[in-house]
Design a binder for this molecule. Structure first.
Ligand code: ADP
Ligand code: ZN
Length: 510
């Protein structure tokens, strides 16, 4: 009986005829008062999973969301649909806040959106204890995890919800949670008995492709002109400056491109976003400031001229392509040197060591994705904890056009033992000199012409050795420390499997 109420709501209030994926199961579970963790890709339809139960259950549903701008947007849309809803955030004046709080006590709402710091204010918690609550929905719940790519300290304190309101069901929702993050969410939000609903992260209509960056602008232009001449797309760049340069340059080449970044005035940003959403075939060149809450179904490509910070970031950004289910491209221009630059930036930043460590590991995982020699989709899905059989997906560059690989096991063993023998205290150029048997000043000064790995790598030239080292680093068999003046490579626990000959390693030939 209850589900049919949910069905009716879906039609009358939201205007949709059917639930998607796990929506109906989740809604049913929450209506009955169950806790759950919902993992669903962006655009999958997470909101309905708490909106409908909040409307149907007695009391008000509290939605915690870190994204104030999105909150406002969602609330406006819900109001237009006749839902009794409000939000509390720093965007409201004191008197507006008081008005909402009064209405809340008078039982005026089905749903209330709040920023976490506001929810956790003692006065507000006390107020909540006086009224009937239908549920807590914690959106973007991965922010609770230090391991998550978007950690927010105020989220950690949400663990008091279980203690203060043990009777009220809790729903955590996120589009990105690898296994470690997932465990931390369950721990911190005390979701031990909760059901976990996982919707596949696969986006079969998106074709993943990573190209070797040689001339990024020309490569991008060629990609757009030959594959998406009249399509809407997003081009992500790391810096504001680059966003402007690339947008300007694309325009000069006849592509309808507009820049978007946080340094532009609000009016310009609104205008460009509006054009992108309403016109056909506009390309937006943007920093990652662009995209949150963008619900445009027919974005045909997402291009990256710079590395995203993590696989989560990459997945979220590329996930904006092809929401309509029609073919779309995720295209990235990548070169190893960019990763080294990012590593330096992380190491030289002022963050805590643990935070840097996480950022480093995230970047390493992304690098392994870029340097992969087999199916990218499988790499992505595995990262999010989905285990799929190792078959070709048929819709990524590596499946469509498998790269030439060679058995690099022996070369890798030579490279790794060279680093090890020589004390793990120098940089690539030096290792390569030792392997190739070059009598450089440094080799002689350090006596490295006397060690057993001197000159054992003459079968490859210096350029090839550089590629071997880069792949070893990208695949996690070597790690680097950087400071302002130099970088040093060290072995990792994984290197041992190679040194002991327990693993065959295929490397890219090109
Ligand atoms: P998420 O929070 O998972 O990114 P949203 O809840 O914002 O996704 O939903 C994404 C889009 O899909 C919205 O435009 C939403 O209205 C739409 N949507 C959600 N559920 C359904 C459904 N059952 N049928 C059709 N459209 C839906
Ligand atoms: Zn594939």
């Amino acid at each position: 009986m209850r589900l049919s109420q949910a069905d009716t709501l879906l039609r009358t209030v939201f205007g949709y005829s059917d639930f998607r994926g796990h929506q109906s199961e989740i809604i049913n579970h929450v209506i009955q008062g169950g806790d759950c963790l919902v993992l669903m890709p962006t655009g999958g339809g997470k909101s309905l999973c708490y909106q409908i139960p909040a409307i149907l259950r007695e009391g008000v549903g509290i939605v915690v969301s870190p994204l104030i701008a999105l909150m406002q947007n969602q609330v406006e849309q819900l109001k237009q649909r006749g839902v009794r809803v409000a939000y509390l955030s720093s965007l409201l004046s004191q008197s507006e806040i008081e008005a909402v709080e009064q209405d809340l006590q008078a039982n005026h709402y089905d749903l209330l959106y709040v920023a976490p710091e506001r929810l956790l204010a003692p006065r507000f918690l006390a107020l909540l204890q006086k009224i009937k609550l239908s549920l807590f929905a914690v959106d973007e719940v991965h922010c609770i995890s230090q391991w998550g790519h978007d950690f927010r300290p105020e989220y950690v304190q949400l663990s008091i919800l279980q203690k203060r309101f043990p009777q009220v069901p809790r729903i955590g929702l996120t589009a990105s949670a690898d296994m470690k993050t997932r465990r931390e969410i369950i721990e911190k939000l005390d979701l031990h008995g909760a059901r976990v609903f996982i919707t596949s992260f696969d986006r079969p209509n998106i074709r993943y492709r990573v190209v070797n960056k040689t001339n990024e602008r020309l490569q991008l232009l060629d990609f757009i002109k030959s594959e998406h001449p009249h399509d809407a797309g997003i081009v992500y760049c790391l810096t504001r400056r680059k966003v402007e340069d690339v947008a300007f340059w694309l325009s000069s080449k006849g592509v309808a491109a507009l820049p978007y970044h946080a340094g532009l005035s609000a009016q310009v940003r609104r205008n460009h976003q509006h054009q992108f959403l309403s016109d056909k075939g506009k390309v937006i060149v943007a920093t990652i400031a662009f995209g949150l809450g963008i619900d445009k179904p027919d974005i045909r490509f997402v291009a990256h001229l710079d590395l995203p910070k993590s696989i989560e970031g990459y997945y979220q950004e590329t996930g904006r392509a092809g929401r309509d289910g029609l073919p779309a491209d995720a295209w990235m221009a990548y070169k190893f040197g960019d990763a080294v630059r990012l590593q330096r930036l992380i190491e030289c930043s002022n963050g805590q060591t643990a935070v840097k460590q996480v950022a480093m590991e995230k970047l390493d995982a992304l690098l392994a994705f870029c340097e992969a020699v087999t199916c990218r989709r499988i790499r992505l899905l595995n990262y999010f904890g989905e285990h799929v059989p190792e078959v070709v997906c048929g819709n990524c560059d590596l499946c469509l056009d498998p790269p030439q690989v060679w058995d690099g096991t022996v070369a890798a063993q030579k490279a790794l033992s060279c680093v090890y023998r020589a004390g793990q205290d120098s940089n690539l150029d030096h290792w390569i000199d030792v392997l190739c048997g070059n009598y450089t000043e440094q080799v002689k000064r350090w006596g490295h012409d006397k060690i057993s790995t001197f000159g054992i790598g003459k079968e490859l030239n210096e350029k090839d050795w550089r590629k071997v080292f880069q792949q070893l680093m990208a695949l996690g068999y070597l790690t680097s420390d950087h400071d302002e003046v130099r970088s040093r490579q060290r072995l990792t626990p994984a290197s041992r499997t190679i040194l002991r000959g327990e693993k065959t390693l295929y490397l890219r030939a090109k």
